[in-house]
Structure formats: C-alpha cells, structure tokens
Design a protein around this ligand. Sequence first.
Ligand SMILES: Cc1cc2nc3c(=O)[nH]c(=O)nc-3n(C[C@H](O)[C@H](O)[C@H](O)COP(=O)(O)OP(=O)(O)OC[C@H]3O[C@@H](n4cnc5c(N)ncnc54)[C@H](O)[C@@H]3O)c2cc1C
Length: 140
Amino acid sequence: MYVRPINKKQLLQIEGAKFGYALSQTRSMKRYNARINELRIPNCKHLVFLSDDYWRCAAKHYSMTIYHPVGTCKMGPAGDPYNVVDAKLLVHGLLNLRVVDASIMPHVPTGNTNAPVIMIAEKAADLIKECWKNTNNLNI
Ligand SMILES: Cc1cc2nc3c(=O)[nH]c(=O)nc-3n(C[C@H](O)[C@H](O)[C@H](O)COP(=O)(O)OP(=O)(O)OC[C@H]3O[C@@H](n4cnc5c(N)ncnc54)[C@H](O)[C@@H]3O)c2cc1C
C-alpha cells in the first residue's frame, strides 16, 4: 500500500496538536476542565492515542474546510495560471467581468470567512462605482 509522505503543513499540524494538548494539561487550563476530545479518528484507531504516530495519521486523515472553501478564483498577478482575478477583482484576459466572493481569497484566512467576504463585496462596490464614474473605463 502506498503511504503518502508527510508534508510541511502536516508537520506543523502535528506540532500544533501536541502543543494544544500540552496546553490543556497545564494547571491553569485544568482549572477550566480543559480536556481533549477522546473520539478517535477512525483510520487511526489502531495507533496509540496521542503518540506522534497517532498525530501523523490524524494529520493525514482529518481533512475538512470547516465550511470555509476559498481560492478557486484566486487573486494574483497575470502570468500564473492559478491566478484568476487582479487586484480590482477583474478576471484576467476578459473585459469587465469581476468575481466577488470567497473564491478570490488566495489563502483561507485564520478566522471565519463571512466578514472578509462582506469586506470584499464592499470593496467591489467602490471599484464598480469608481469605474462607472468615468464611463471611458468601460469597454462595452
Ligand atoms: C454551515 C456553514 C457555517 C458557516 N459558519 C460561518 C460562521 O459562523 N462565520 C463565518 O464568518 N463564516 C461562516 N461560514 C462561511 C461563510 O458562510 C462563507 O464563507 C460565505 O458565505 C461565502 O460567501 P460567498 O459569497 O463566497 O458564497 P455563498 O454565500 O455560498 O454565495 C454563493 C451564492 O451563489 C449562488 N449561486 C451558486 N451557483 C449559482 C449559479 N450558477 N447561478 C446563480 N447563482 C448561483 C448560491 O445560491 C449562493 O447564493 C459558514 C459556512 C457554512 C456552509
């Protein structure tokens, strides 16, 4: 069976998980009854809970977006085939087509995505108003 090698992000995840667990064991956190969720990741059940091997396995199998999918139309300079929109949210290579949603975020933010989406929409409204102010900017 092929076992995918661990990547840098997963290594960070493992260290983060171990740190989180260690934190939960401090006297201060115990005062608040902090404890680990003991539900085992199904594909890692055979490994010793909380061992490095367990965390390594968990990092490979625990994959979810926590409902924050982003990046399918990411913003970035033209030339990189993975970049879809420019800094004005205009689609590279097309005229006057903008993408205004979570998909333009190049990376998932650390926090929730709803407020940044609203901010992107506010910015887009300003960009569109600015464009309409000077109809020479419109190629229609
Ligand atoms: C269960 C859940 C919980 C979440 N909780 C939080 C939270 O607590 N805090 C937070 O900040 N974020 C939360 N999010 C994330 C947040 O809701 C999203 O990041 C945000 O709504 C993304 O906005 P969007 O405009 O990119 O996409 P959406 O809100 O998904 O809007 C896309 C719109 O396009 C429409 N659409 C799709 N295809 C077509 C089509 N072909 N033609 C016309 N219309 C189309 C859809 O009907 C929809 O209205 C949560 C998401 C989920 C799913």
